[in-house]
Design a binder for this molecule. Structure first.
Ligand code: S3P
Length: 444
């Protein structure tokens, strides 16, 4: 099979200017995947407003369509309708399920498929995804009776799943991962008894919120909701889902407007789920200049508008294992921010970053060093001395969407222009990012 890896593209980035205006970031990626998956196994129609029209959710939709789920076309600005097939209605696919670059697609699908008795599924992905660990999902699912096989003792895709009758279990996960938790929750829906998941630290809780809204029987307990118990036996009912803007995409503008002189940006309709707002806590540590306005709740998720303005003197910050799950995807852009803080910023507790779409600790350290940053890669983080100075040069996203966009902001702040290779990786989570950047960047 051909590898659908991201092809080479180079963006020529002009340094300087200031960022001004209003921006609405695309829909939250995590919520978009879940809306598609939960809608697929519900009874009746699910209507999604604001679904992220990007490669990762499109991978989830493609796989679901291969299993007989009718999903209307996914495009910017239009709502998406799913005709649910019910908890047991997914068909055995005739072809391999290609999850593209998307870890969430592969891990959540594993949970969804292991309980489809007698049916066989093969899942694969692009070069990056085929190198990412899957035992973190396969092992707990095996505690429920699942059969998952793959290269490297079941750890690497392509993976083969033979659906089994599952039993309920009590599962303590060693890492705080919403993908692992959500996979177990999906499997639990078709098990023959209740299942509990206990996490070391609370990971993002979009699955809990949305599954409850779809009618699943869930009990949440423990400190900050670290214990989730799912009891099977209730059917899910199609819902109307409104997807808020992705705070992980807003992060690029939050940091850019804070650092680029004379900038003022308002980011509208940003999801502010407390399991995702670690970046806000870091901006507070930096004493950045921002305000959250118009806070409201939309379809079970908190949302607000964030106005952010340039600030000349920024404090360095610390990120540790406690806050990490609330900002895991924002570490690349926060490593750029650290280069412009007055002092040494320290990031620890982030060894998970090594198994994202790329090894984000290694890639960010390598790319920012090319720009002259004073950055030390550590086994589980980075130590960054703010020098207030980066130099424009040729850069490479190394195929990672969040790296591409982080380097774009670094390039704006640099002395001299930059080129960013593999810039189209941004399409994975933020289609239109480069044109939005050009719209906001002003020279006067
Ligand atoms: C996600 C969970 C996080 C995050 C990823 C999306 C999700 O991964 O990094 O981008 O939608 O559940 P982990 O579950 O591996 O922490």
């Amino acid at each position: 099979m051909t590898d659908p890896s991201i092809s080479l593209s180079t963006y020529h980035l002009k340094a300087g200017g200031s960022l001004k205006g209003k921006v609405r970031v695309p829909g939250d990626k995590s919520i978009s995947h879940r809306a598609l998956l939960f809608g697929a196994i519900s009874e009746g129609v699910t209507k999604i407003e604001g679904l992220l029209p990007a490669e990762d959710p499109i991978s989830t939709a493609r796989c679901l369509r291969q299993m007989g789920v009718r999903i209307s076309s996914i495009s910017k600005g239009s709502s998406v309708e799913i005709e649910g097939v019910g908890l047991n209605g997914l068909k055995e696919p005739k072809e391999i399920l290609d999850c593209g670059n998307s870890g969430t697609t592969m891990r959540l699908l594993l949970g969804l498929l292991v309980g489809r008795e007698g049916k066989h599924f093969v899942l694969t992905g692009d070069k990056s995804l085929r190198s990412r660990p899957m035992n973190r999902v396969g092992q707990p699912l095996k505690m429920m009776g699942a059969s998952v096989r793959g290269r490297s003792n079941g750890n690497l895709a392509p993976l083969s799943v033979l659906g089994q009758k599952l039993h309920g279990a009590v599962i303590g996960t060693p890492i705080a991962s919403a993908q692992v938790k959500s996979a177990i929750m999906l499997a639990a829906l078709t098990a023959n008894g209740p299942t509990s998941v206990i996490e070391p630290t609370h990971s993002r809780d979009h699955s809990e919120r949305m599954l409850k809204a779809f009618g699943a029987k869930l009990e949440i307990g423990g400190e900050m909701g670290r214990h989730v118990k799912i009891s099977p036996g209730t059917k899910l009912k199609g819902q109307s889902v409104v997807v808020p803007g992705d705070i992980s995409s807003a992060a690029f503008w939050l940091v850019a407007a804070t650092l680029v002189p004379d900038s003022v940006i308002t980011i509208e309709n940003v999801g502010l789920n407390p399991t995702r707002t670690g970046i806000i806590e870091v901006l507070e540590q930096m004493e950045a200049n921002f305000q959250i306005k118009n806070k409201r709740d939309i379809a079970g998720e908190p949302v607000g508008d964030i106005q952010v303005q340039y600030k000349a003197q920024l404090k360095p910050f610390k990120i540790d294992g406690e806050i990490m799950p609330r900002l895991i995807d924002e570490v690349p852009i926060l490593s750029v921010a650290a280069c412009f803080c007055n002092g040494i910023s320290q990031i620890t507790g982030g060894s998970e970053l090594r198994v994202k779409e790329t090894d984000r600790l290694a890639v960010m350290a390598r790319q920012l060093k090319r720009m002259g940053a004073n950055i030390q890669e550590e086994p589980d983080g980075m130590t960054i001395k703010g020098t207030n100075k980066l130099i424009g040069t040729s850069l490479d996203s190394e195929t990672d969407h969040r790296v591409a966009m982080s380097l774009a902001i670094a390039g704006l702040l640099a002395k001299g222009d930059s080129t960013i290779n593999n810039s189209n990786a941004a399409d994975i989570s933020y289609p239109g990012f480069w044109s939005e950047l050009e719209r906001l960047q002003q020279y006067n």
